[in-house]
Design a protein around this ligand. Structure first.
Ligand code: FES
Length: 83
């Protein structure tokens, strides 16, 4: 974490993660060592385009499903869930 930068704390599947407010939720999920969703056959999927087109980065955020994590910045107290 860069020194002197504002830090927000959130959780990814219950695991605490610290990030700057400029960090996307997709990056926070990767920092936490997870993947964003599973395919219909159960294969792990991860962000692909990073610009809101592919929908491979969908997660649950604060109980809302199908949130494109590459388009959403980390916020304090955010609860992120992946499959
Ligand atoms: S990575 Fe493609 S929509 Fe988020």
């Amino acid at each position: 974490m860069p020194e002197g930068k504002l830090v927000v704390s959130l959780t990814v599947n219950g695991q605490p993660v610290s990030a700057t407010p400029e960090t996307t939720v997709a990056a926070a999920v990767l920092i936490a060592g997870g993947y964003t969703r599973a395919s219909v056959s159960g294969e792990p999927r991860a962000p692909l385009c990073g610009m809101g087109i592919c929908f491979e980065c969908r997660v649950w955020i604060d109980g809302r499903q199908h949130q494109r994590s590459c388009q959403i910045l980390c916020a304090p107290g955010m609860d992120v869930r992946t499959p």
